[in-house]
Design a protein around this ligand. Sequence first.
Ligand SMILES: Cc1cc2nc3c(=O)[nH]c(=O)nc-3n(C[C@H](O)[C@H](O)[C@H](O)COP(=O)(O)O)c2cc1C
Length: 364
Amino acid sequence: MLPALRLLPAEFARDLTIRGLEAGLGGLMNDRAARQPDPPILAQRLWGLDFTNPVGLAAGYDKDARVPDALRRLGFGFVEVGTVTPRPQPGNPKPRVFRLEKDQAIINRMGFNSDGLDAVVERLARRPRSGIVGVNLGKNRDSGDAVGDYELGIRRAARFADYLVVNISSPNTPGLRQLQRRESLQSLIPALLEARRESRPEVPLLVKIAPDLGAAERADIASILVDSGIDGLIVSNTTLDRPAGLTSRTAQEEGGLSGRPLFGSSTKLLADMYRLTQARLPLIGVGGVACASDAYAKIRAGACLVQLYTALVFHGPHLVSQIKQDLADLLQQDGFASITEAVGAAHRSAPASTRTKHAERAPP
Ligand SMILES: Cc1cc2nc3c(=O)[nH]c(=O)nc-3n(C[C@H](O)[C@H](O)[C@H](O)COP(=O)(O)O)c2cc1C
C-alpha cells in the first residue's frame, strides 16, 4: 500500500501491510486528511447504519479480520472482512496474485485462503464495536454442502457483523459461481434467510455477484432477489474475462481480474441491476474505482455505496481522502444536497437546475 511495497511480490506486500497495521504502525499510513471529519454531504443512513462516507474497503484485503479498525482509520466509511470459510483452508499455491502495472489491474487466484470462522469470529468478538464492519462469507473448497457452509457462516458471524455478504461470485472456487443460477438461488436464498432469522434477524444480508453474467442470468437474479428479504447486492466481484488491450506481461495468468479494466463491465452490470430491481434494492458498486469520478459514476448508475481494493494497491491510502473530498465537490457542482439524491441519477432526466456535464451523462 505504501509506494516502496510495490517492489515486493503482491501478496507479500499485503501481508507486510497487515502486519504493520497489527503492530500499530497505521499512523505512518493515514495522513492528516484521513483524520478530518467527513464532509456532511457524504453521510447516508442505510439498513439502520450511519455511513459517514460511501467509500468502503472491498473484501479480500483483510480476509481474516486482523485489522478492520486500523483500515477504517485510513478514512473508509466501512470495511468488509473475509471471505471467511467455515474451516481453515490454505487456498491455492503461491504465487497467486499478480499486479498488472501497465493496466492498473490485478489478477488473483487466491482460492479462499482463510483462517476459518472460529479464528475470525474470535477476533471480531474482541474488537470494540465502532465503525461499520461487514463480514463476507464463503464455502470450503472441499465442502459438498455449499448451503450448509453459508448457513453456518451466518449463524456464527451474525452477532459480530454490521452486515453479512454471501459471496457466490469468486471465480477461484470450482462450482461457486453456479450458485448464481436461478434453480440454485431458489433453494439457497430461503435457507440463508432462515439462518439469519434464527440468529439475528436485524443484520443486513447481501449477495455479491460476478460481472460475467448474461442478460437472462441478470434478470433471474433481480427477479428472485428483489422481494426476497435479501437487503442488497454487491456488484461486482472480479472477472474471468480478459478485455482486449491488456498490455501487462502477466495478463494471461489464470484468475479473477480487478481494477481499471473491470470498471466498464461492472458499472454496466450495476446499472442493469438498478433497472431490473426498479431501484428497490440498495446496491454497492465495486470494480475499478480509482478516483472520485469513478465513484460518482457508480453512484449515478445506482450504487448507494462503493468499494475498492485494487486502486489502493496502486495509489496508496491517501487515495481514500482524495476520493471523498473530490466526490463532495462533484455532488455540490451538480446541485445535489446529499449523496442519496445522486443515487441512480443517470437513469433519470435531470431537472434544468442540475443539468451539468456530469448530470447529462447517459446511464452506462
Ligand atoms: C487479491 C484479491 C483478493 C480478493 N479476495 C476476495 C474475497 O476473498 N472475497 C470477495 O468477495 N472478493 C474478493 N476480491 C474482489 C474484491 O473484493 C473486488 O470485488 C474486486 O477486486 C473489484 O474491485 P477493485 O477493482 O476495486 O479491486 C479480491 C480481490 C483481489 C484483488
